[in-house]
Ligand binder design. Structure first.
Ligand code: FES
Length: 274
């Protein structure tokens, strides 16, 4: 997102905020009478809860593998120090570094730079603005044209990495159809949990605005690119629900981790279907 000069802004320089001389002189912060603060408050509470839980689990470095399930926070597990063997181990890191740290930068990066989450946390944490027709407290506004927010533009590269991780998590879900001995033909509640989580993460990634641009952008004539047009139509349908996929997949990844955590810590036992 970049800042552009609004048409008809008169002599006011663009991007100065609501207190600029070219804006209407309204003393009240907002004329809204509804409870506009509820939504940003709920968003802030939910995001903080997720970040606290994910940080605790990422640094815990334990209870992330319960045969045949591996937590999505720790997959792909690249270090030889990993429990389980769902992915080729590539190196041995220091014991004090949790294996989750090596890969969490990618799922974290895609959510942090996601166009939907940007809107959500700009409103909830930076109050910029907190809601429609509610003045923000900041005096200036530079959009995402300067350091550090200009780095939001790396979003599409996080998307590429996230798609690779999605494939690995789907592979983990397929491996969860094996039992503790490695024999195929098992299905437990954990299998279902990992499978649903992998599908939801795919829906989140494929509904991404960058994904939509990648499959259908920079074309002058869709009629000359029928395959890309079909993909673009499909991704556009998903894109309309990107916000919902963002929230549902965030909860599903935390719940999938929690399920494996409770199994590995012997708090619960897996429900086995066959
Ligand atoms: S816009 Fe949300 S993941 Fe790309």
């Amino acid at each position: 997102m970049t800042t552009t000069a609004p048409r008809g802004a008169g002599t006011a320089a663009p991007g100065r905020g609501t207190g600029d001389s070219g804006r209407a002189a309204i003393a009240a912060r907002t004329l809204r009478t509804d409870r506009w603060w509820v939504q940003p408050l709920i968003t802030a509470v939910a995001l903080v809860a997720f970040v606290v839980y994910a940080t605790f689990r990422a640094f815990q470095n334990a209870y992330y593998f319960a045969e045949p399930y591996i937590s999505p926070f720790y997959s792909p597990c690249l270090s030889t120090r990993c429990e389980g063997d769902t992915f080729p181990e590539l190196f041995t890191g220091p014991t004090w570094i949790s294996p989750a740290i090596y890969i969490l930068v990618f799922p974290l990066g895609i959510r942090l730079t996601c166009y939907y989450y940007r809107k959500a946390y700009y409103r909830s944490f930076w109050l910029s603005p907190p809601a429609c027709a509610v003045a923000e407290p900041h005096r200036g506004y530079s959009g995402e044209t300067r350091f550090p927010l200009v780095f939001q533009n790396v979003h599409r590269y996080f998307l590429y990495a996230a798609l690779v991780i999605n494939v690995v998590l789907f592979y983990d879900a397929v491996l969860a159809f094996r039992d503790e001995t490695g024999a195929w033909g098992h299905m437990g509640l954990g299998t279902l949990v990992l499978l649903v989580n992998a599908v939801l993460l795919f829906l989140y990634s494929l509904s991404c605005h960058s994904c939509r641009h990648i499959v259908g952008g920079r074309l002058n004539h869709f009629s000359r690119h029928p395959v890309r047009y079909r993909f673009w139509t499909f991704v556009s349908r998903l894109n309309a629900r990107h916000m919902q996929y963002a929230w549902v997949s965030m909860f599903s990844v935390a719940l999938a981790d929690l399920y494996v955590f409770l199994l590995a810590a012997d708090v619960i036992v897996d429900v086995r279907f066959f």
